[in-house]
Design a protein around this ligand. Structure first.
Ligand code: FAD
Length: 283
């Protein structure tokens, strides 16, 4: 399929990009193009103006700032995977990024693009939720940090305003905590049929901190609050029963590959495995 006609601009500064984005109602940011261009070819998206932000310098970096790591929106999935800073300070993100698509997708797709797209089966949303990350949006009025918990509002829908650009993602340093990402890949697309991101701090006797982010299961990624509540302050032996609650409070999606019942079962199994891996009782 061939995309409908569109205009194209390649600004060199963020303020120029913001100006262009506000100049037309049907303008859209182009980052890695690995979600937007396929959607345009299928005519699921028909923007009249593409604002390509790949030539704006200063949107691609990974750096430690105090007790967190800041990641520029144009940082590719491959750069997240190979980042020494993230491997050391916040390894959940590279663990998940290494499981996104294939090499081409990881070389072109960006963290900002993936979060803005909010695909219901994308990997990063589960991770930023489990990390209590912050997504920084910039509009002509200035910077607006949005908590990951408030960011995903529905299928392909976020708290981002039409005239805002994601510039940065901030994740905490998780040294001293254990993390794990478990994913069942869709055999055709590679997206998550179910993806589970876990962050945990536990001793042999009790679980102190636990955060569980889920993708693929419902219309948007979510925190499995029922699982977390059943584990906080409890021994590791509580994991199996708690994991079974992972999809109790959400509308579970079903499709040709995975019925809602199967997806719910898979979510419980992967949640248990991710928690056990993070707790050090499973490889
Ligand atoms: C074959 C294939 C397999 C894939 N497999 C997976 C997978 O397993 N897991 C997974 O998570 N993803 C997967 N993806 C999606 C991939 O990760 C995309 O790259 C990503 O979702 C979008 O990032 P992008 O940089 O390509 O964004 P683009 O396609 O350029 O943009 C996507 C959307 O976000 C908006 N946007 C982009 N950047 C910004 C910004 N900084 N601020 C505001 N809005 C912005 C655009 O306007 C557009 O609406 C796959 C894609 C393909 C083609």
């Amino acid at each position: 399929m061939i995309a409908a006609n569109f205009d194209y601009e390649s600004p060199r500064t963020l303020s120029e990009a913001l100006e262009l984005l506000s100049s037309r109602e049907d303008a859209k940011i182009l980052a890695g193009g690995h979600s937007l261009l396929p959607a345009m070819k299928l005519r699921l998206a028909t923007p009249a103006l593409l604002v390509d932000i790949s030539r704006i310098s200063g949107l691609n970096y990974i750096r430690e700032v105090g007790d967190r790591v800041s990641i520029g929106a144009m940082t590719t999935h491959a750069e997240v995977v190979s980042s020494d800073v993230l491997q050391r300070s916040s390894p959940l993100l590279p663990q998940a990024a290494s499981q996104i698509g294939d090499t081409q997708v990881r070389n072109c797709g960006t963290i900002g693009g993936s979060l803005a797209q909010a695909h219901p089966a994308a990997d990063y949303p589960a991770v930023v939720l489990a990390l209590d990350a912050e997504i920084v949006a910039v509009g002509r009025g200035g910077e607006r940090p949005i908590k990951a918990l408030d960011f995903f509002t529905g299928m392909f829908s976020t708290a981002l305003r039409a005239d805002e650009i994601i510039t940065e993602v901030r994740v905490p340093n998780t040294e001293g905590q254990r993390v794990a990402y478990k994913k069942h890949h869709h055999p055709a697309s590679g997206f998550a049929v179910v993806g589970v991101a876990v962050r945990l701090k536990a001793s042999a006797e009790r679980i102190d901190t636990v955060a569980v982010g889920i993708t693929g299961v419902s219309h948007n990624a979510y925190r499995a609050v029922a699982v977390e509540d059943s584990l906080r302050g409890r021994p590791l032996g509580a994991i199996a029963a708690a994991a079974a609650r992972v999809a109790n409070d959400v509308d579970v999606l079903g499709d040709y590959y995975a019925s809602a019942e199967y997806r719910k079962h898979l979510a419980a199994v992967l949640t248990r495995r991710a928690l056990e891996q993070a707790a050090g009782v499973r490889k």
